[in-house]
Write a protein of this length. Structure first.
Ligand code: URA
Length: 253
């Protein structure tokens, strides 16, 4: 072990503890950690308080919307998710708001962000084709996303971003009140249902989405169209899911 290593370890420990500056001639003075005057600890707890209050606000604010237009307005005024700052548009959904069927994806991509409409890019074109193949189209379904704002560079959304946007999506689903939900991708299915499963566990059987009053919509999960574009070998499984979906909706409608 070199002599430098303990010093590096102490520095790492200080950084992890939230100490970002020194206040004395020695950078390792104990007072740097102990002094309550250090600003790092309050900053860390302020961050968690503001995350918790953003979550609380998201719940309260979204609950006040009674129409999709109101919900969109509330989202546009909501400052609890920084994704809004880098997005060109707030994308709440596309299609028929009176539909019995709702498709839920993950988040707008670059084209959706620019157009302000869900699933209009390459993934959307594939989704349209798969819908048409089972007799559906955007006049018959509503399409939305877990997140209304594009994560920069299409990165995966963080758990905190999903958590703060979810109350708005759930309110959207309450307003539309579908009978069936088709969840596109594991992020959509897990976020909606509060699960943490892989797609191979999620797909192939019907699940329940619970509305605020305890009633349920039937949920089927399948692969996200973007994944199918990257992994065409899985298209046959997605096709089987679409056929299962078609069978169920034609039996009951
Ligand atoms: N991918 C999604 O999950 N949603 C979109 O709207 C577009 C691409």
């Amino acid at each position: 072990m070199s002599d430098k290593q303990p010093i590096e370890e102490i520095l790492k420990f200080y950084l992890l503890s939230g100490v970002s500056e020194t206040c004395g001639s020695s950078p390792f003075a104990v007072s740097a950690v102990e002094k309550p005057t250090t600003t790092a600890r309050p900053a860390a707890s302020e961050a968690s308080i503001s995350a918790a209050s953003a979550l609380q606000n998201a719940g309260d604010i979204s609950a006040s919307a009674t129409t999709l237009a109101e919900l969109k307005q509330l989202l546009e005024n909501f400052d609890g998710c920084s994704l809004k700052n880098t997005a060109a548009n707030t994308v709440i959904g596309d299609g028929n708001p009176q539909a019995k069927i709702v498709f839920v994806g993950e988040a707008p991509g670059a084209e959706e962000d620019l157009a302000g409409r869900a699933f209009v890019g390459r993934s959307g074109k594939l989704l349209d084709k798969m819908m048409h193949a089972i007799g559906l189209n955007r006049d018959l379904v509503y399409i939305c996303n877990i997140l209304p704002w594009r994560p920069p560079g299409n990165r995966s959304p963080s758990d905190a971003e999903i958590a703060v946007c979810l109350p708005f999506l759930k309110r959207q689903i309450e307003i539309i009140r579908p009978e069936y939900i088709f969840a596109l991708g594991a992020v959509a299915a897990n976020s909606l249902l509060g699960l943490g499963e892989t797609m191979s566990h999620l797909r192939g059987h019907w699940l329940d989405y619970q509305f605020a009053d305890g009633q349920t919509a039937k949920v089927l999960a399948t692969y996200h169209p973007a994944y199918l574009l990257r992994t065409p070998a899985q298209k046959s499984k997605a096709w089987a899911d679409f056929l299962r979906f078609k069978k169920e909706i034609s039996q009951n409608n």
